[in-house]
Design a protein around this ligand. Sequence first.
Ligand code: AMP
Length: 203
Amino acid sequence: MLTIALSKGRILQQTLPLLEKSGIEINNINSRKLVLNTNLNEIKVIIIRATDVPIFVQHGVADIGVTGKDMLIEHGANGVFELLDLKIAKCKLMIASEPEKKLQKNTLKIATKYIEATKNHFENKSQQVEIIKLNGAIELAPKIGLSDCIVDLVATGNTLKANGLVAVENIMDISSRLIVNTAAFKTKNAEIKKLVETINKII
Ligand code: AMP
């Protein structure tokens, strides 16, 4: 039996066609059940928040997971192997600020959900930062004087534009990854390899 943890929302919408092409169809996908059967007896699926996928896989309650690279960086990816770049849900992790905002400061105030990626980036640049962790409405922070700039995911750029912000720097390109529990990778190697090879051919 293989359990796959999938990320809700835009990642799920782009994962489903990949699974279908691999011969996996989820039964009753719109039901409120948390664990869903598929057309294959040996595969079941859990649909959860992207942020929880690495935790489920790390603890082995799911063998395999699909989540964003951003979530893996924040989690630390302990106990999981990243096997495939699925090249879906692509976006960029960017620094953004109000236009013309002076960002040359001793200590830069940054609002973000992405603490680890932000810390790493500015450490590499030897820039001191004060990171303010927000869980939503990050684009509001520079407007109300909470921060000098933000670090957030940008896809079309519409959210930045609607909030009067401009992209300053691309920290990294993000896409969804297929991860596997390190212990399951050993004990269920044949099944996992078969599935990974099938999906890899589709990508
Ligand atoms: P956009 O307006 O298209 O630039 O999208 C930006 C908003 O969508 C931000 O609030 C992001 O947090 C979110 N977003 C964009 N792409 C993704 C993605 N691949 N995964 C998760 N959130 C995303």
